[in-house]
Design a protein around this ligand. Structure first.
Ligand code: LLP
Length: 420
């Protein structure tokens, strides 16, 4: 990323040296680039500008209020999956009319709140959910605008944990049933079908699965149109994959041009729900080497960041680039296992990484802006790390490191329990 570059052997985020960030907030910490977020969002918005569209940023990738406020100011809509995410958008003054609500298990109270603020659309994933939404809307004297999330049964060719468009997945309504459910939805009081939605998976680096899915959605669209069911928008779900390890995903421009070409003259608003491609390479995690444990078989660099802070390597065997923040030439390059302090063998950030490092050095774990902080936990009673947004040379702490006593603030002793 042009926003995280080395200058005279030292890694910067925009115009801020990462050593300065670490000195100010400590490690581990997440560091984001405002310019990178802006650029990644605009790549979608500009590519879509030729027709009716909405970029609904998927909050799940990174829901820090500073990120949401920035994207809202650029005109983004939002894809939410919980009432918590809805309240985050409202907290930054985001427009409910630009929110779509995804997810297989929306609770009734979540539906109610979303109906009360009048979100743009619910992406409904089953008939049972459609009926619940209709009942809830009727009880409020409202009509919910809905898309049915159809499962087009295409193989996204990505990691099984993040592939969602095959018929064996829990997601969506089988494409073969979709037409019938649209007819049902049309007759059902309390809901109004206005869109067709799908999401086939994440970290896709080729266009063909997206195009296969689109073709199936367009066939469905045309059958519905022939039956007099007017669809106003197509929502193709998450965005493109990113470069973690030299992958070369298509650009939003190429992707959207290909979509628009197939959509042709159909007067459809195009909605996308990108998360990773906006956030991943707009952030990194800084961690400090605490101890080196060279060994015959394996050599370990024990760092202060762990799986609770960044779980993607442990959970998905995900590879994220790790570099030393300050290049050094006084020690040999050696292959290191980059591991954290958590008591699990699976607690690692990288395997077998060639690095020239010494105890006390700072490391950057790249591409950590998406599915990084949001997936952090307090395992081992470790406070979640702070988040920093860089703007030029300015360092804005947009979330403080969690305080230790906040970790047990909601807990209580049993009555009468006193230390012996
Ligand atoms: N829309 C829906 C309905 C989704 O389920 C997702 C991601 C997105 C949009 C955003 O997709 P993206 O543009 O980020 O590819 N934790 C995993 C990724 C899980 C993605 C889940 N759904 C990871 O760290 O790789």
């Amino acid at each position: 990323s042009p926003h995280f570059v080395y200058r005279q052997g030292e890694l910067y985020a925009e115009d801020a040296p990462l050593t300065r960030v670490a000195a100010q907030v400590g490690t581990p910490c997440y560091v984001y680039s405002k310019a990178a977020f802006t650029e990644h969002y605009r790549a979608y918005a500009q590519a879509l500008a030729g027709g009716p569209h909405l970029v609904c940023y998927a909050l799940k990738a990174n829901s820090n209020l500073a990120v949401l406020g920035l994207l809202a100011s650029l005109g983004a809509g939002f894809d939410i999956v919980s009432v918590g995410e809805l309240e985050r958008v409202l907290a930054v003054g985001g427009d409910p009319g630009r929110i779509v609500f995804s997810g297989v298990g929306k609770r009734e109270d979540e539906m109610r709140r979303a109906l009360a603020v009048d979100i743009k659309c619910f992406n409904v994933e089953s008939e049972a959910e459609l009926e619940q939404l209709a009942r809830t809307a009727r009880s409020m004297g409202r009509t919910a605008r809905v898309s049915l999330r159809v499962n087009p049964d295409v193989d996204a060719g990505t990691h099984p944990y993040i592939s969602t468009g095959l018929k064996e997945n829990k997601f969506g309504i089988a494409i073969a049933d979709a037409e019938r459910v649209y007819h049902y939805a049309r007759e059902l009081a309390g809901v109004e079908p206005i869109g067709i939605d799908c999401h086939i998976g994440s970290q896709l680096t080729e266009l063909s699965p997206f195009m296969d899915a689109l073709d199936r959605l367009l066939e469905l669209h045309d059958r519905l149109a022939a039956a007099g069911i007017v669809i106003r928008h197509l929502d193709l779900g998450g965005g493109l994959g990113v470069d973690y390890q030299g992958e070369t995903p298509p650009s939003p421009g190429e992707y959207i041009a290909a979509l628009r070409q197939r959509i042709g003259e159909r007067p459809l608003e195009l909605i996308l729900e990108p998360g990773r491609s906006i956030a991943a390479n707009a952030g990194l995690m800084l961690t400090r080497v605490m101890y080196l444990k060279p060994g015959e078989h394996r050599s370990f660099a024990i760092v202060d960041g762990a799986m609770n802070d960044l779980i993607r390597p442990s959970l998905y065997q995900a590879w994220q680039r790790i570099t030393a923040v300050c290049e050094r030439h006084d020690v040999e390059t050696h292959r290191w296992e980059i591991v954290g302090p958590v008591c699990e063998s699976g607690d690692y950030l990288g395997h077998d990484r060639p690095l020239a490092i010494a105890a006390g050095d700072l490391l950057a774990v790249h591409s950590a802006g998406a599915y990084g902080f949001v997936m952090a936990s307090n395992y081992n009673t470790r406070p979640r790390p702070p988040e920093v947004m860089i703007d030029g040379s300015e360092i804005h702490v947009v979330r403080q490191r969690e305080r230790l006593d906040a970790l047990w603030a909601g807990e209580s002793l049993l009555p009468g329990a006193t230390p012996a």
